[in-house]
Design a protein around this ligand. Structure first.
Ligand code: NAP
Length: 250
């Protein structure tokens, strides 16, 4: 069996750059029609055109995943254009890399809101559409930080990403009988705008213990997303797939 997303509609949040952009590109290259969502619509439109200059198989939409009204509007626009949604990748995420003493409650709550509540808001908006079709795949982007903790990664980030694993397991049980699969990916360190705020010497320590001699790339995460969104994973739900070059082997 080959991976083929012909006639599938994939929605990716935080798709303007980094891992989300690589996921959007990978779906497009494998035949899907792709909706790129991001808080920053201009960058998102540029990314969509870079993927498909004709614009016929991509749509770029503004959606802050914490804003229910924007999310509903974006979902309505996707349905108007592509008529269905088969795949949702909850990828949008933020990191605030400071020690606990320097973090305010507002900082903490902002990270939880984007990384965790955003997954809830997006999933709640799209699950009814998948239920109508009787099938769907949801992939949540968590983090190695949820599995192992990490000094300086910040309590809020690790908590939000661990919470994402809880949502994943719970939703997999709730939605499995409706034909909807829900899985998570926990990527190790990937050099993107998100991790550029981490001092280089600290980022280097994050790779200590890696057994595969290769840096992690956004494409490595995208490949895992394709697998968990395809028919190749039709007996897999509720799992966390570690994508980290062997940094964490439980
Ligand atoms: P990135 O380069 O910072 O890209 C994240 C994208 O999400 C940006 O375009 C950002 O837009 C957008 N975004 C932020 N807040 C949003 C919101 N409220 N609604 C919609 N979009 C929003 O990050 P990345 O490294 O590609 O990370 C992607 C995902 O992978 C995140 O969930 C991250 O936690 C996870 N992850 C990353 C790593 C890593 O090492 N990079 C490792 C494990 C997990 P703005 O620029 O406007 O904020």
């Amino acid at each position: 069996m080959q991976i083929d997303f012909k006639d599938k509609i994939a929605v990716i949040t935080g798709a303007s750059r980094g891992i989300g952009a690589a996921i959007a590109e990978a779906f497009y290259q494998n035949g899907a029609k792709v909706a790129l969502l991001d808080i920053n619509v201009k960058e998102c439109q540029e990314r969509a055109l870079a993927i498909d200059a004709s614009g016929s198989n991509v749509i770029a939409l503004q959606a802050d995943v914490t804003d229910e009204i924007q999310v509903k509007k974006a979902v309505d626009q996707i349905l108007e254009r592509f008529e269905r949604i088969d795949i949702l990748v909850n990828n949008a995420g933020v990191l605030h890399h400071v020690p606990i003493e320097e973090k305010t409650v507002a900082d903490f709550e902002k990270i939880i809101k984007v990384n965790l509540t955003g997954v809830f808001i997006m999933s709640r908006a799209i699950v009814p559409i998948m239920k109508k079709i009787g099938r769907g795949k949801i992939v949540n982007i968590s983090s190695l930080g949820a599995r192992t903790g990490r000094p300086g990664v910040a309590v809020d980030y690790a908590a939000s990403k661990a919470g994402t694993l809880g949502i994943t397991r719970s939703l997999a049980k709730e939605l499995g009988p409706s034909g909807i699969y829900v899985n998570a990916i926990a990527p190790g360190p990937i050099l993107t705008e998100l991790t550029k705020q981490v001092p280089k010497e600290v980022f280097a320590t994050w790779n200590v213990g890696r057994v595969i001699n290769k840096d992690g790339l956004p494409e490595d995460v995208a490949n895992a997303v394709l697998f968990l969104s395809s028919q190749l994973s039709d007996w897999i739900t509720g799992i966390t797939l570690d994508v980290n070059g062997g940094l964490f082997i439980p």
